[in-house]
Design a protein around this ligand. Structure first.
Ligand code: GRG
Length: 294
């Protein structure tokens, strides 16, 4: 299978599973919350994080079906973070994944609850994983909690809020982004290995290095797209960083240096996995993100 075919095949497994995990309507009066959660979760998106979970599982020789609940759980957490990030009290955005943000399509309170619901559903989904040991499930749940929590993505968001309208150093920006964006990507790599039952230090270090390098390259490219991307292709508003006077990689380094760093970090991610058998997909995935337009 080519890279594009494998990517398509992974997404074709992830999306119906995600939808099924979120289809728990009861017919009672609160079903609108499922509608809101699915509105955001099933709105497309690259599905990068769940694809990485499945592919690290495959790299480790595991059964990707066993990794699927953890992949979906991670995508639920990612979608919750996007819904909350778009709220008026956060980034205040109108467009996400090419459609009105959750609070625009529904209302603010429903969007808060849809995010809360997705975050909670993630842990329910992970804890109900079948065919893995309780120890594996628990380990995956801990990875999810740590990555999404206060020493992870939430901490990064707090730093992000404190970084508006002032110039921060490159080190501060790297820390902020490694928490805000990097933690979930690193978790994706680790989850795939753990779901496959590969938990030796060497494997996990390899997975973490790939996730960290890829995460930073991904975020630098994201900052570049806020300048050189277009709203229709990206499916979200461009030019927001400059408006909120945020320190970004392009504002601190310039576009050319950003391009250089994306290429360098990507090659470091590639290096991390290239000694492994069957690493072709993850190598191509990393390289395909260097010039992504959405
Ligand atoms: C708890 C109130 C409250 C808010 C939490 C944690 C948080 C808000 C926000 C951080 C999440 C965030 C927006 C991180 C930026 C990472 C990033 C580049 C997201 C876009 O990821 P893609 O490009 O998106 O993979 P798709 O739509 O393709 O899945």
């Amino acid at each position: 299978m080519t890279f594009a075919e494998q990517l398509k095949a992974d997404i074709a497994v992830i999306e119906p599973a995600l939808e099924q995990f979120l289809s728990r309507e009861t017919g009672e009066g609160y079903d609108r919350i499922f509608e809101a959660a699915k509105y955001s979760a099933m709105a497309g998106g690259k599905r990068l994080r769940p694809v990485i979970v499945l592919e690290f599982c495959r790299l480790c020789g595991g059964d990707t079906q066993k990794a699927l609940p953890f992949a979906c759980a991670l995508e639920m957490i990612h979608t919750y973070s996007l819904i909350h990030d778009d709220l008026p009290c956060m980034d205040n955005d109108d467009l996400r994944r090419g459609r009105p943000t959750c609070h625009k399509a529904f209302d603010e309170a429903t969007a808060v609850l849809a995010g809360d619901g997705l975050l909670t559903a993630a842990f329910e989904t992970a804890s109900a994983a079948e065919g893995v040991s309780a120890e594996t499930a628990l380990r995956c749940i801990r990875i999810l909690g740590q990555a999404a929590g206060m020493n992870g993505m939430i901490g990064g968001q707090v730093l992000d809020m404190g970084a508006e309208h002032r110039r921060i150093s490159l080190d501060e920006l790297r820390l902020l982004q490694s928490l805000k964006t990097g933690c979930l990507l690193r978790a994706a790599c680790e989850l795939g290995c753990v779901a496959a039952g590969k938990t030796d230090d060497e494997t996990l270090a390899m997975a973490r290095t790939y996730g960290e390098k890829l995460g930073l390259a991904f975020q630098i490219r994201d900052d570049m797209l806020d300048i050189e991307g277009d709203t229709a292709t990206l499916g979200k508003t461009v030019g927001k960083d400059e408006k909120s006077e945020k320190s970004t990689f392009p504002s601190l380094l310039g576009m050319e240096e950003c391009r250089r760093q994306v290429a360098g970090l990507t090659e470091q991610a590639v290096q991390a996995v290239s000694g492994q058998e069957n690493s072709a997909f993850l190598v191509e995935l990393a390289r395909s993100l260097t010039d992504r337009m959405n």
